[in-house]
Write a protein that binds this ligand. Structure first.
Ligand SMILES: Nc1ncnc2c1ncn2[C@@H]1O[C@H](COP(=O)(O)OP(=O)(O)OP(=O)(O)O)[C@@H](O)[C@H]1O
Ligand SMILES: [Mg+2]
Length: 336
């Protein structure tokens, strides 16, 4: 028996590992991922392209198909989603837990009008009658800023522009007032005004419904403005976690330091993640020791030999980092 983490009423992820069998061997897309999201908490998940953010969210939702394999525990309100029978999972998915996908076109059903897709969700997860469902669908369209809602509800995804599709997907995800929202780059295709509106809406739902959110984004301004805590992923592993204030003010992992780069500390402006010198590692052939060592200015022989575990660096346990040299990194002068 694995030890059962104590219940926090929210999401507890332990040892989540997702691999894909590929022609070049086994790719480890997510490795030993541990994190918690308390009720009403917004946790940002950042990392460069291919670091495993989407795979992590899909694994939580149990949306990984062959040739993918998922192991570990995903505990939601005391129940293990990884082991949950499919029928029970269907009740949770789309109702209590909703996901906003990075690629709206692959997530929306191409042969169903948008209104029907909202309707399906409401039928499955609420007791609203037909009139109430219609009203709710219109309300959602307005909330996400889709004009001419009445007509738009009859239209199919291909009749929507990219930004409108993303809004439609957000409307579908929020239809049943989920308790946990997994949001994968939810506002990337949207202009700044609507982006602010959507993020404000998410925070409002968090306040009103204690909705927990995992927010994947490349925009550090969004992290600063929206998230309570953040987790940084590199090559499928979480390498640093902490409150947004702590991580921004004193990154302890060299990779986080690189990502944050010259972000204005106020966090007020929109700044995307910096790109880091060197190339991301191959997931089928990860470097020995710390996967980041080939790109790391702090790397020593120790880092080539051994993989640093993700460990608490301060007594509270809120701040965790996987780096043998985190003290040095934290003390280093701010990089330009
Ligand atoms: N079905 C699959 N088969 C094989 N490899 C996969 C599959 N799905 C994802 N991967 C691999 O898993 C790794 C992580 O992908 P993921 O989509 O999680 O990255 P990401 O962090 O979301 O990146 P981005 O910021 O570009 O969205 C990638 O190398 C990807 O190629
Ligand atoms: Mg992704």
């Amino acid at each position: 028996m694995m030890d059962v983490p104590s219940e926090n009423g929210g999401l507890i992820v332990r040892g989540l590992t997702t691999t894909f069998d590929t022609s070049r061997g086994q790719a480890i897309a997510a490795a030993d991922v541990d994190f918690d999201v308390a009720p009403g908490e917004v946790v940002g998940l950042v990392g460069e392209s291919g670091s495993g953010k989407s795979v992590t969210l899909r694994s939580i939702m149990r949306l990984i198909r062959e040739p993918g394999h998922v192991s570990g525990r995903v505990e939601w309100r005391g129940r293990d989603l990884v082991a949950m029978p499919a029928e029970e999972l269907r009740k949770v998915r789309g109702g209590e837990i909703a996901m906003i996908f990075q690629e709206p076109m692959t997530a929306l059903n191409p042969v169903l009008p948008i209104g029907m897709q909202i309707e399906e969700n409401l039928v499955a997860h609420t007791t609203l009658n037909a009139r109430e469902r219609k009203a709710r669908a219109l309300e959602l369209m307005n909330i996400v800023g889709i004009p001419a809602a009445e007509r738009r509800l009859q239209e199919y995804p291909h009749q929507f522009s990219g930004g409108m599709r993303q809004r439609a997907m957000i409307a579908i995800a929020l239809a049943c007032s989920p308790k946990l929202l997994l949001a994968d780059e939810p506002t990337t295709a949207l202009d700044v005004t609507i982006q602010d509106q959507i993020l404000k809406l998410l925070l409002d739902l968090r306040d009103r419904l204690s909705m927990s959110v995992v927010l994947v984004t490349h925009d550090l301004g969004v992290v600063a403005a929206t998230c309570d805590r953040m987790a940084v992923m590199y090559a499928g592993r979480i390498v640093e976690t902490g409150t947004v204030v702590d991580v921004f003010s004193k990154p302890r992992h060299p990779y986080t330091r690189g990502l944050l780069g010259s972000v204005p500390r106020s966090g007020a402006s929109r700044s995307v993640l910096q790109s880091i010198e060197g190339t991301p590692p191959s997931l089928t052939n990860l470097p020995a020791g710390c996967a980041f060592h080939p790109r790391c200015k702090f790397a020593t022989e120790h880092c080539l030999r051994e993989r640093p575990p993700l460990e608490a660096v301060v007594a509270s346990g809120e701040r965790m980092v996987a780096c043998f040299h985190h003290e040095l990194v934290a003390a280093a002068e701010a990089i330009i």
